[in-house]
Design a protein around this ligand. Structure first.
Ligand code: FUB
Length: 337
């Protein structure tokens, strides 16, 4: 049974989505996508309606449910990135040795998603982009885990418009700009294993992959990868965090509109599927971040209620998340009314 909980819209002043959230220097920072509407929002299965052109940083003074939200303004624009094509989608930021590294996906001039890195001296930016995308990078939706041993792991990938189906073993098997819909011949079907997200350890300088990306297996209690027709299989929007020595891998199921989670013993997995975090919200996409703040856990996500259901105009929300004593998560109801 999904539980109804109190939720807060964080930034009614503008449409923002895909929150990545971290506590830096004792303060909560949100790194969202900045949704945009003009004549070119065309709704289709390949995500052409998500035409974001820049990133803002938000921060919260104190408690996520009540603290004042500050917009630190535009911290990176598409035009500032030498290799830019279009669509600045879900980014994430991590700190290393006093520098802040923003990892972002954007289509290059051939309409192929690559990962960029931009660097700042403080968590509120501005972020200065590197000249080139990360070598060998592909697909979308990065989330960076800083592990206790000082290593940083990036989780990434997304189906359909996220282009993950165009790669096998980190090599393109077709032009990733093509077949960005559910009809792609490269998507598995029925009881075939679903396509996994990827995880990669970052290089010491945080600017490249430090190894070949590996598949993130989400398995059932019998150890079998979730099947392509399982409504709980991975689609996009990876997130990770650690709690009580366990690694939680959380993600969106895309066309079944759920946020789900799986638990593992190390950053590479496998992760055993455990359940639904959030039932469908208003709007096609669902996306999230989970953090601990002063002993409580919070789910940051988005929906399209304030825009009257326009899937490309989403609004940031937060609510408290409850863990059961065995480490499982209480399912939250996505619709508030
Ligand atoms: O915001 C564009 C895309 O929509 C994101 O990359 C996905 O996770 C989905 O929220």
């Amino acid at each position: 049974m999904a539980k109804k909980v109190v939720k807060r819209y964080l930034f009614p002043e503008d449409y923002m989505a895909d929150p990545s959230v971290h506590v830096f220097n004792g303060k909560i920072y949100i790194y969202p996508s900045h949704d945009w509407e003009d004549d070119s929002n065309v709704e289709d299965d390949s995500g052409d309606q998500y035409i974001m052109k820049d990133y803002h940083v938000l921060s919260i003074d104190g408690d996520p449910m009540t603290g004042k939200v500050t917009d630190h303004g535009c911290v990176l624009r598409k035009e500032d990135i030498a290799w830019h094509g279009r669509q600045l989608w879900d980014c994430d930021v991590q700190e290393k040795d006093g520098k802040y590294y923003m990892f972002f996906p954007m289509k290059d001039k051939n309409d192929v998603f690559r990962h960029g890195v931009a660097i700042a001296d403080n968590p509120a930016g501005p972020f200065i982009p590197q000249e080139e995308p990360v070598h060998g990078s592909y697909s979308i939706d990065m989330a960076i885990l800083k592990d206790n041993d000082g290593e940083y792991y990036m989780y990434f990938g997304g189906l359909w418009g996220g282009q993950l189906q165009s790669y096998r073993d980190n090599v393109g098997i077709e032009d990733p700009a093509k077949n960005n819909t559910p009809d792609s011949p490269n998507l598995p079907h029925g009881s075939q294993p679903s396509l996994p997200s990827r995880v990669v350890k970052l290089s010491k300088d945080m600017l490249q992959f430090g190894e070949e990306p590996k598949p993130v297996q989400v398995i059932d209690e019998e150890g079998k990868p979730l099947a392509a027709d399982d409504p709980h299989r991975f689609f996009e929007a990876s997130w990770t965090f650690k709690k009580d020595g366990k690694y939680y891998f959380t993600y969106s199921t895309g066309d079944s509109h759920l946020l789900c989670y799986a638990i593992g013993d190390n950053p590479y997995g496998p992760f055993t599927y455990k359940g639904v975090i959030l039932t469908p919200v208003v709007g096609w996409t669902t996306h999230h971040a989970i953090i601990e703040w002063e002993g409580k856990w919070y789910l940051f996500h988005h929906d399209s209620v304030p825009s009257g259901g326009k899937s490309w105009l989403r609004s940031l929300k937060v609510c408290e998340l409850t863990f059961n004593p065995d480490g499982t998560i209480e399912t939250i109801e996505g619709i508030d009314e």
